[in-house]
Design a protein around this ligand. Structure first.
Ligand SMILES: Cc1cc2nc3c(=O)[nH]c(=O)nc-3n(C[C@H](O)[C@H](O)[C@H](O)COP(=O)(O)OP(=O)(O)OC[C@H]3O[C@@H](n4cnc5c(N)ncnc54)[C@H](O)[C@@H]3O)c2cc1C
Length: 496
C-alpha cells in the first residue's frame, strides 16, 4: 500500500480479507468508485472462496445459477439450471480478471490477527507468514462456510487409512473399488454420495439425523436454449428476475413447506427397502434446517453398494468406524461431510478492537452485528456475510452489503473521518428486534439444533426476512447510529 502523500494527507488504505464472491465484489465496487489503495488477503492460492475450496464430486449450486451471479456481470450460458462448482469457479475467476483484481490479491497467506491502534486510528494486520501491514479500513469477507467443523469422535486421529473433510477433497485419491465411510448426511453429503457410489466398491453413510432432500428441475440446457440466452440478453435477465421473485425469504419457505415435504416423501417412497425408507424420513418439518436439493440422493439407496447406518458412531479405530451396537465397519477412506463452524464469523480470526476488546469476548454469547455489517467496539471494520445475513441467494445479499459498505467508506473519505464505530445501544436494539422477528418464524422454532444457533441458543446466521428487505435495511447510512472521530490536525483523505 502506498505511504503518506505529504502534509499528513494520504489515500485511505483498505484491507479486504477473503477473495470469495464477497471480497471480489467489494474489490470490484471499490475499483469502480476510484479506490485504488486496497489489498485482498486470501489464504487460498486462488479466488473463488467456497467454490475454490469445495471440489467434491457433485458439488453444485442449489440456488438457480441465473440468479447466482453478480447483477453487473450476468453469465448467460450456464450449462444447466444449477451449475456445477467448476463453472461457478470459472465465472468468479473471469470476474477477478475482467475487473483487474488479481494484482490486488495476496494469495496463500491467512490473516491471523487484526489489532486496532487507538493512537494511529488504523488496523495492524498480521498474516500467517509473519508479514504485517496496516490498513485504515478492514472489510472481512471470510464467509460463513469456511471454518470446517470436525466431528468430536474418540479415536478420530488414530485412523490409519485416508481421511479428509468434504471441503478439502483429496483429488489425487482414487476411490475406485474402495470401501468408503461418509460421516454426515447434510448439504455436502447429499451431493457427493450419489457420485462416489458410482466409483467406490462399498459406501457406508453414517447419518445422525435425516434431512429433507427435495427434487430440483436441473435438466441441462439444450443447445438451442443456450444460443437463445447468448443472443438475447433479455431472456436471461427475465429468467433471473423470475427466480428472484420466487425466492421470498422465510415467507415463501413457510408457504412451500407442505408441498416440498410431499415432494420429498414421494422420492423417499421410491427407495425399495422399507427400513431404509423409514430412516430417511426426517423428524423435523421442511424448512427448519437449510433446505437441500438433489435428484440423485434417494435413488442412490437402491444401489447394493450404499448402506445407510443410523446407529450412533461410538469411536474410530485405525481400521474403521465402530457404532454403538459394537459393530466395526472397516473402511479404506473416511470422508468427513460434517459441515462448517458457521456461527463463528469474524471470531475465527484474533481481532482486537477499541480498549483491547477481543472479538471472542464481545461475542461471548454469540456473534452479533448491526445489520450484519458492523459490530460495536471495532471501528472501521465491516463484515460481509456477517451475522444474520444468510438467506436465499447469497451473491445478491452480498451485493447489497457491499454497496452499503462502499457508501460508508465514501462517507469516511468525504467527511475526513478517522473512524466510525456503531454505538452499542442501537446495535442492541436492532438485535432485540431481529430476535423477535426470528422468533416469529415458526419453522425455525421446531427444535432444530444446527448451524443456525449460537451457544446461547440465538439464531445468529439467518436473515428472517426477504432479500429486498435487507436491501431496504441497508439503504440508509444510519449516520446517527455511528460514533465518529475526525482526522486529527485538519488532515484530509487525499482522493482515493
Ligand atoms: C458446498 C456449498 C454450497 C453452497 N451453495 C450455495 C448456493 O447454492 N447458493 C448460495 O447462495 N450460497 C451457497 N453457499 C454459500 C456460499 O458460501 C456463499 O454463496 C458464498 O460463497 C459466500 O461468499 P463469501 O465471499 O462471503 O465467502 P466464501 O465463499 O466462503 O469466501 C471466503 C474466502 O475467505 C478466505 N478466508 C477465510 N479466512 C481467511 C483468513 N483468515 N485470511 C485470509 N483469507 C481467509 C477463504 O479462503 C475464502 O476464499 C454454499 C456453501 C457451500 C459450502
Amino acid at each position: 500500500m502506498s505511504e503518506k502523500l505529504g502534509n499528513g494527507d494520504r489515500a485511505l488504505r483498505i484491507a479486504i480479507i477473503g477473495a470469495g464472491p464477497g471480497g471480489l465484489c467489494m474489490g470490484i465496487r471499490l475499483a469502480g468508485a476510484g479506490f485504488e489503495n486496497f489489498e485482498i488477503f486470501e489464504k487460498a492460492d486462488g479466488v473463488g472462496g467456497t467454490w475454490y475450496h469445495n471440489r467434491y464430486p457433485g458439488c453444485a449450486c442449489d440456488v438457480p445459477s441465473h440468479l447466482y451471479s453478480y447483477s453487473f456481470e450476468l453469465k448467460r450460458d450456464w450449462s444447466r439450471p444449477y451449475a456445477p462448482q467448476r463453472e461457478i469457479l470459472a465465472y468468479l475467476e473471469h470476474c477477478a480478471e475482467k475487473y483487474g483484481l488479481v494484482p490486488h490479491c495476496r494469495f496463500g497467506d491467512a490473516v491471523v490477527r487484526a489489532r486496532w491502534n487507538e493512537t494511529a486510528s488504523n488496523w495492524t494486520i498480521e498474516l500467517a507468514s509473519g508479514r504485517t501491514t496496516t490498513a485504515d479500513v478492514v472489510v472481512s469477507s471470510i464467509g460463513m462456510f469456511n471454518e470446517v467443523s470436525m466431528p468430536d469422535i474418540p479415536g478420530l486421529d488414530t485412523f490409519a487409512g485416508t481421511s479428509f473433510h468434504s471441503s478439502r477433497w483429496d483429488r489425487k485419491h482414487d476411490l475406485s473399488g474402495e470401501t468408503v465411510g461418509v460421516i454426515g448426511s447434510a448439504a455436502s453429503a447429499v451431493q457427493l454420495v450419489p457420485e462416489i457410489v458410482k466409483q467406490a466398491g462399498q459406501v457406508f453413510l453414517f447419518q445422525r439425523s435425516a434431512n429433507w432432500v427435495a427434487p430440483k428441475d436441473d435438466t441441462p440446457y439444450t443447445t438451442e436454449k443456450l444460443v437463445r440466452f447468448r443472443n438475447d440478453p433479455d431472456a436471461a435477465a427475465k429468467l433471473r428476475q423470475r427466480i428472484f421473485d420466487s425466492l421470498g425469504g422465510t415467507r415463501v419457505i413457510a408457504e412451500m413447506a407442505a408441498e416440498q415435504e410431499a415432494a420429498c416423501l414421494a422420492r423417499i417412497a421410491e427407495v425399495r427397502d422399507p427400513q431404509v425408507r423409514a430412516r430417511l424420513i426426517p423428524e423435523h418439518p421442511w424448512g427448519c434446517k437449510r433446505p437441500l436439493f438433489s435428484n440423485d440422493y434417494y435413488p442412490a439407496f437402491n444401489r447394493a453398494n450404499l448402506e445407510l447406518v443410523t446407529d450412533r458412531i461410538e469411536r474410530i479405530t485405525p481400521r474403521g468406524i465402530v457404532t454403538a451396537d459394537g459393530r466395526e465397519r472397516r473402511v479404506h477412506t473416511m470422508i468427513l461431510a460434517t459441515g462448517f463452524a458457521a456461527t463463528k464469523f469474524l471470531s475465527a480470526i484474533d481481532v482486537v478492537g477499541r480498549g483491547g476488546l477481543a472479538i471472542g469476548d464481545a461475542w461471548r454469547d454469540g456473534a452479533q452485528a448491526y445489520k450484519g455489517v458492523t459490530t460495536a467496539g471495532f471501528p472501521n471494520l465491516f463484515m460481509l456475510y456477517g451475522p444474520n445475513t444468510n438467506a436465499d441467494s447469497i451473491i445478491t445479499m452480498l451485493e447489497y452489503q457491499v454497496d452499503h459498505v462502499l457508501r460508508q467508506i465514501q462517507r469516511i473519505v468525504r467527511e475526513n473521518l478517522a473512524w466510525i464505530d456503531v454505538k452499542p445501544e442501537p446495535m442492541d436494539r436492532y438485535n432485540a428486534q431481529l430476535q423477535r422477528d426470528i422468533e416469529a418464524v415458526e419453522l425455525w422454532q421446531a427444535g432444530c439444533t444446527d448451524y443456525y444457533r449460537a451457544p446461547d441458543g440465538r439464531i445468529v446466521t439467518q436473515w428472517p426476512h426477504s432479500m429486498p428487505a435487507l436491501e431496504q435495511a441497508l439503504s440508509s447510512l444510519d449516520e446517527d447510529v455511528y460514533e465518529i472521530a475526525a482526522l486529527p490536525d485538519g488532515r484530509c483523505w487525499t482522493g482515493r
